[in-house]
Design a protein around this ligand. Sequence first.
Ligand code: DGJ
Length: 728
Amino acid sequence: MIHFDEQKKLFHLQSKESSYVMEVVKGYLLHRYWGGKISTFRTPANRLFIKRSFAPYADPDQPGFSLSTLPLEYPAYGNGDYRHPACQVQLTNGATVSDLRYLDHRIYKGKAKLSGLPATYVEDDNEAESVDIRLKDALTGLVVTLTYNVFRDFDVITRSARFENKGSDPVKLLRTLSANVDFRDNRFDLLTFYGSHNNERNVSRHSLQKETSVIESARGASSPQHDPFFALLRKGAGEDYGEVFAFSLVYSGNFSAQIEVDQYRTTRASIGINPFDFSWKLDPGEFFQTPEVVMVYSGRGLEGMSHTFHCLYRSRLARGAFRDRLRPILINSWESTYFKLNEQKLLAIAEEAKKVGIELFVLDDGWFGHRDNARSSLGDWVVDKRKLPHGLGWLSKRIHAIGLAFGLWFEPEMVSPDSELYRRHPDWCLHVPGRPRTLSRFQLVLDLSRKEVCHYIVDSVSKILSEADIQYVKWDMNRHMTEIGSAVLPSDRQRETAHRYMLGLYSILDTLTARFPDILFENCSSGGGRFDPGMLYYMPQTWTSDNTDAVSRLKIQYGTSFIYPPVAMGAHVSAVPNHQVGRLTSLDIRGHVAMSANFGYELDLTRLTDQEKEIIRKQVAFYKEIRPMIQFGKFYRIESPFEENEAVWSFVSEDRSETILFYFRVLADPAPPVRFVTFKGLDSSALYENVATGEVFGGDELMHVGILIPAEKGDFRSYVLRFRKNSR
Ligand code: DGJ
C-alpha cells in the first residue's frame, strides 16, 4: 500500500481506488498527486520548475524552483511561500521563520495511537500501512513528523503532524495544522456544512473563487455554525458521479480550514486547530501532537464519499460494546416534563413506554441539586430529593421492574454560579483576571485544562453511575467558551487553554467510557452543536438537533448524512405543535423521519389518545423489524430537501436482500407531477417483493423505472416502500 522509490525519493500511497504521491526534491517534500488510483507515477518534478516573476528561488541555480509556486506537502512560514502555511513557529528571539527539510522516514504496518487524541484505528495491523516522514528545521532542532495511514479496506488516508523540540531552546508553535494539500488547479466546487442551534448542517456548495474561503470555529467547540469538514468536488460531480476530495477533522474544539486559490489558479487546502488565539510553548524534549484529519477520495461522487465515511466512522472510529450492537429505542423526558419532574410522572411515562414497546427510559435535565430552571445546580451532581425522594437507585430499579433500561442526563463540563461547586471553587471556571465572567444559559464553563477539575468530573459522574443501575448516559454541553483563560497556566501558556480543555475532556471521556464499558453514551451539545468525529470516538451516537420538527429534520438529517452514519444520529418523535417551530405534522411523518436514524420518542405518552398510542406501538414494532438495515445497512440520498419540495432516501441491507425507501413531500402541490421514485444499491438481477402489497419487481426496474408515488392531497406527507428479495 505504501511504496518508496529510493532512487527518486518518491512516496506512493495506494488505497483501494486512490493514489497519493509525494516526492523529496532538493530536500523539500513536494506534493505530487492525489486522485484516482494509478499504478506508477513517472512525471518528473522538473516539469513544475516554471520561472515566474516575484518568485523567490529556493535553489539559486534553478530559478524555477520556488517554494512560492511548487505544490508543498507541509509548508512552513517565511522563506518564499506566500500562501497560508501549514505551520508557523516562533523562536525565543521572536523570529517566526522556519525551514523544514526532509530528514528520514519509516514505513510500518498498522496504525499507531495518537497521544491523548481521538483517532481512527485498526484492529489488526494488516488493515493499514503507515509512514512517518520526518522534517527538520536545522536552526532550532525542531522535528516535525508527518504521519500518513493508508487503510486497506477504505479509500481513506489519515494524516496528522507531531512537533518535537529536539533543540536546546523553547519554541512557540503558532500554527500547527493537521494537513495541507496543494491541488494543481482550481476547477472545484467547495462543499461545506453550516448552521446554528436548531438548524444544523445545511448544505453549502459553490464554485471556488480566486480568493481564500475559510470555515472555522473559535467558540471552543466544533460548533453548529460549521462542521469541521469540507470537500472539493470536481466541476459537475454530483451525488453518484465525479471526483470528490473530502477532509474531516477528528477534533471537537476550535478548528480552521482554508481553501486558497492563488495567482496561478492552484488550490491550497488545509485544516487543523484554529491558529486564532492559539499558541503552544514547546520546551526542549517536549512534543505536540495535532489532531487527525481523515481524507477521503471518491471517484463515485458524494454517495461514494459518504459510504466511506459511514463505514469508517461506524467501524473504525466509534468504539466500545455498542459499536456493533443494535441501539435501543428510547424515550427521553425533556420535552414532556422539562424541569418539572417527579417520581410519579416519570414512572407513569415509563409504564406507557413499555406498553408501546420502547426499550430505554432516559431521565433528562432537572434531577439534581435544586434545578427548577436553567439558572442553577450544574456541577452539583447529587439527586434532588424534593423531586426524587427515593433517589436514583430506587428510580432505576422501578424503571427496570417496568421492563425498561434506565438512562441519565449530565452536563459535566459546566458550572452554575448558583451551585455548591462554584461557591467552593470559584476559580475552577474559564476566566481571565479583571474581566467579568460572561454567562450563557446562566452558566460558566469549567476549566478542563486543570487536572483537579477533570478528577472532580470523573469522580462525581462515576459516583452516580455506580450508585444507580444505569445503562445510558446523555452527555450534554450547552454553551460556548468566553474569557478563555486558566487560573493555573503561566502567562506565556494562556493561549493553550482551549486545546488543553479538549485534551482534558478527552481524558475524562477515556476514563469514564473505559470504567463503564456497558453504558451507552450519547453525545449532545444543545443537539448537534458538537457533532464531530472526535466525540464519535467516545460516544457512538449524538443527539442530532434540539429541533425535533419533522420538516426541519429532513434537511438536518440529510445534511448530517454526508459525513455521519444514520446510526450515529439520534432522532425522536415529539409532540405537536412542535416545541421549536410550532408546526403541526402527523404522527406518520414524525415517525418516518425519526425512524430514518437512531429512533426514539420525546413526548408525554400519558397525554396521548389510545389511537395515537396504537400508532406509536406500530411504529416501534416496525422500527424493530427494519432496525438492522437502518443502523447497519447502506444509506442512499435520492432527492435533496435543499433543492426540492420533497426528500427521498433509502436504506439497503448489507447483503442487498432488503431495502426501505422513505419519500417525503413538504407542501401539497396544486399541479402534482406523475412522480416515480427510483431505488438505489439493489441487486439488478434479483426480484424484489413489496412487503406491503406482495407486488414483485426486478431490482433493475426498481432502480431505473421506480415506483409511482400517489398524488394525495395535504402538506407534510410521507410514504414508505419496503422491498425484500423474492426467493421464488
Ligand atoms: C439541551 C439538549 O439538547 C436537550 O435535549 C436537553 O437535554 C436540554 N439541553 C436540557 O437542558
